[in-house]
Design a protein around this ligand. Structure first.
Ligand code: FAD
Length: 328
């Protein structure tokens, strides 16, 4: 079966989420194996610029569903638009990066079309007339090899499993989707959003993530040591659950099985023991650096570079050295 893949782009008020590129990489890896076609769908309000950013990734079309009613990612509306477009363009696969956004929307769209859905896919290959997928289970400790019945398949893919694709020469055409706004469902209504102005990149998008663990005694120390090192490196901050439970860091910073899954180029774990639930969120980082006063801490088993020492002494020294010797 030749795949016709529709990738749903994710953005935050027009700011493209880089994980979208991983979903495109997934699609391209499948097309490289068995041919087929790729379209990308952007849903929102005033999203022409976002669509423009996606024109160089080898899609036949970047489809744009643009309407004030789609300003906020309300799952009922987005799912209906996605299902409609998938049907209209004859998609056999609908894919998006695994995230809160896609996990809200894709299963609903799949249900509207009576299609099956797999989440957290890390690999796919053709198998006769069908496909075989690998998906992670149990916080990454098991990988299931599965098939998915039916001619239309919905998938969310693990961003950390697919490197961002290279840009292609030439640009995809941008096509507007005609909408019937009065027929969009209105089960949910946007009431508002409370978001902290972080001033730092999101840990799932950043090339460098600096995370703090129980070694950090309070919020001021977290900001000074973890935040300070992250700022020195232009990175994002993360945290173990121990600090979240202690009320030192917000839940949004938690990395791990029940937090965010990150795969930066560099992950620095400051005073984190390396519990399996934490490793589930960061072990795909390209380079892992751990600082811990206990030479036997399990984090050193996954670390590429380890520094045994007191974080209160070592981290300020490291920041100082990085400021005076910023590197190439
Ligand atoms: C169902 C479930 C889900 C979970 N999900 C998550 C999750 O998503 N993310 C997560 O992180 N955890 C999660 N946990 C919790 C996890 O099991 C650990 O309890 C947690 O990760 C421990 O955090 P920590 O490494 O900061 O603390 P600890 O395990 O207490 O480790 C602190 C480390 O700091 C070192 N240290 C202390 N003082 C200093 C110092 N001054 N200088 C240098 N080193 C020092 C110690 O040697 C130690 O290694 C989950 C647990 C369960 C049961």
């Amino acid at each position: 079966m030749t795949p016709h893949i529709l990738v749903l782009a994710e953005h935050d008020a027009g700011d493209l989420k880089l994980a979208t590129l991983s979903a495109i990489a997934f699609a391209r890896s499948l097309l490289a194996q068995c041919g087929g076609s790729l379209n990308i769908l952007v849903i929102g309000d005033n999203v022409a610029a976002t669509a423009g950013q996606l024109r160089q990734y080898g899609a036949a079309s970047v489809l744009v569903a643009d309407h004030p009613q789609l300003k906020h990612p309300l799952a009922d509306k987005y799912a209906q638009v996605l299902a409609g477009v998938a049907k209209q363009c004859g998609a056999t696969f609908v894919a998006a990066a695994a995230s809160t956004f896609s996990k809200d929307i894709l299963p609903r769209a799949a249900a509207l079309l009576d299609a099956g859905m797999l989440s957290d896919v890390v690999a796919a290959r053709p198998d006769g007339d069908d496909f075989i997928f690998k998906r992670v289970l149990f916080a990454g400790n098991a990988i299931a090899t599965v098939t998915l019945a039916g001619p239309l398949k919905f998938l969310t893919v693990r961003a950390s499993a697919f490197s961002h694709p290279t840009r292609e020469p030439g640009e995809s055409e941008v096509t507007s989707i005609s909408l019937e706004p009065e027929r969009l469902p209105a089960f949910s209504e946007y009431a508002g959003r409370e978001a902290k102005v972080a001033g730092r990149p999101d840990s799932t998008e950043a090339r460098v993530v600096v995370s703090g663990g129980r070694a950090i005694r309070n919020a001021e120390d977290f900001e000074r040591l973890v935040g300070g090192l992250a700022d020195t490196l232009g990175g994002a901050v993360g945290s173990s659950r121990a600090l979240v439970d202690a009320g030192i860091t917000p839940n949004s910073l938690q990395v791990g099985q029940t937090g965010k899954i990150v795969a930066p180029d560099l992950y620095i774990a400051i005073g984190i023991s390396g519990a399996i639930q934490h490793l589930a969120g960061m072990k795909d980082a390209k380079v892992i650096v751990a600082i811990n006063k206990d030479a036997d801490a399990p984090i050193f088993e996954v670390a590429d570079y380890g520094l045994v020492g007191d974080v209160y002494q070592v981290v300020p020294e490291l920041m100082e050295k990085l400021k005076t010797h910023p590197g190439p």
